[in-house]
Design a protein. Structure first.
Length: 116
């Protein structure tokens, strides 16, 4: 049985990833060394990896399903409104049935929150 997908997300500098995941999204650091941070919040987890080589090759879009989208939106928009994605600044119902909003960091990593 698979229980969780844990992506590696690459950044030029570890601090850029911690900015998005810890400062903006409220994840907690479970482990950190010179080039890796393991972060988690509720059931979501990610590995933030410092690797300029791989960061140059991939700027991912990550989706996180939630059952508290309004609460997350209020938290993020009040704490770091500048991180809201320019094309997804508000919670909107999409044609596929999800209600969504997104954040975008300065490196191009996008996190979309969705609730069905």
């Amino acid at each position: 049985m698979m229980t969780r997908l844990v992506p590696n997300i690459f950044y030029n500098r570890l601090s850029e990833g911690l900015d998005l995941f810890v400062t903006c999204l409220g994840f907690k650091v479970l482990h950190q060394d010179k080039t890796l941070a393991v972060v988690a919040r509720d059931g979501a987890k990610a590995h933030i990896v410092e690797s300029p080589e791989f960061a140059a090759k991939d700027r991912p879009e990550i989706r996180i399903e939630t059952d508290t989208i309004e609460e997350l939106y209020r938290e993020i928009s009040s704490k770091t409104p500048e991180m809201l994605h320019p094309n997804s600044k508000r919670i909107e119902k999409k044609p596929w049935g999800a209600r969504e909003f997104g954040v975008l960091d300065k490196t191009g990593v996008c996190v979309v929150f969705q609730q069905f």
